[in-house]
Write a protein that binds this ligand. Structure first.
Ligand SMILES: Nc1ncnc2c1ncn2[C@@H]1O[C@H](COP(=O)(O)OP(=O)(O)OP(=O)(O)O)[C@@H](O)[C@H]1O
Length: 293
């Protein structure tokens, strides 16, 4: 598979501080590429430099092997967080207005169906729910039938059902062969949707690869979890349990051995859960802090 975008030594400085500090990565055609990290990591600055919205301080961005030119502008779709044009128009009017900006555009009926907007066509766009609004903004990003679509934290603030619904839409867009660039601070979202990830912290890349490869590279254990009341501090120390939010967590190479140790210490196993490592665990391991800290 060929690279659609190559980002080399990309840097953004604001005064003395580097919001993005010489990062290098590639995005393959047809992939869902995820840019992950906590608040202030530099995700938005990075994608705004790629989109051409923010000037770069140093580095190079290549689209299909050459400097970004008019072709990139024609082939990119950006899902903005909001647009002031939406405030006094219906959903149908907003779609028609944006379609009118392009000499050729995707059929509005197709977008309406794809983004599940049929029920809301006559509704004031400012009165949509969070999930409906994100679907309209997605439809606007797709209006020029782009080859590459940028989604900047598209599910922040949505309820779990709306998030899952949005993930389904993203999968369908990907199935059409489009390349997707997603920024998110939800590790589960990245794990579910992304083929390739770059994890950023404080302007730097701290890990990159597929979610599966990153987890396989960094973890060889599963986690045995127990409610806090199940272990005394002394037992936790002896068993190598660590406090993780409202649970004790034991990293186990062999689950049977850990269970036998727990039984030998007369630990009640009623709250026992066994889980595999997630990208949240990876982030904690790499940075020493959780994404939500
Ligand atoms: N215009 C600006 N002037 C000065 N500093 C800025 C500017 N824009 C961003 N920064 C700083 O650059 C750093 C990276 O910000 P950025 O918005 O790219 O992070 P982010 O990963 O997208 O975070 P979030 O998830 O909160 O959107 C932050 O420390 C931010 O304060």
């Amino acid at each position: 598979m060929s690279n659609l975008l190559d980002v080399k030594n990309l840097t953004k400085r604001y005064g003395e501080a580097a919001a993005v500090n010489g990062i290098t990565f590639s995005i393959q055609q047809g992939h869902c590429f995820g840019l992950l990290g906590p608040n202030g990591a530099g995700k938005t600055t990075t994608i705004e430099m790629i989109e051409g919205i923010t000037p770069i301080s140093e580095g190079e961005i290549l689209y299909k092997g050459t400097k970004q030119d008019q072709r990139f502008k024609n082939e990119v779709g950006i899902q903005f967080q909001s647009t002031a044009l939406m405030d006094h128009l219906t959903v149908a009017e907003v779609l028609a207005l944006f379609a009118g900006l392009y000499p050729q555009h995707t059929a509005i009926a197709d977008l309406v169906q794809q983004c599940q907007l049929g029920e809301y066509l006559n509704r004031d766009a400012a009165k949509l729910s969070g999930g409906q609004r994100q679907r309209l903004l997605l439809a606007l990003a797709l209006i020029n039938d782009p080859a590459i679509v940028f989604l900047d934290e598209p599910t922040t603030g949505l309820d779990p059902q709306s998030r899952r619904n949005f993930w389904d839409l993203v999968e369908r867009i990907k199935a059409q062969g489009k390349t997707i660039v997603l920024t998110t601070h939800y590790m589960d979202e990245a794990q579910y949707l992304c083929d390739q990830l770059v994890i950023m912290d404080r302007g730097n890349i701290i890990a990159q690869g597929s979610p599966e490869a990153l987890l396989a590279e960094h973890f060889h254990q599963v986690f045995v979890c127990l409610e806090v009341a199940a272990l005394s501090e002394q037992q936790a120390k002896t068993l190598g349990a660590e406090r993780h939010r409202d649970q004790w967590q034991i990293a186990a190479n062999q689950v049977e051995t850990t269970l036998n140790q727990l039984l030998a210490h007369n630990v009640a196993l009623t709250s026992l859960q066994i889980r595999t490592p997630t990208l949240d665990d990876l982030f904690l391991k790499l940075t020493g802090h959780t994404l939500r800290d």
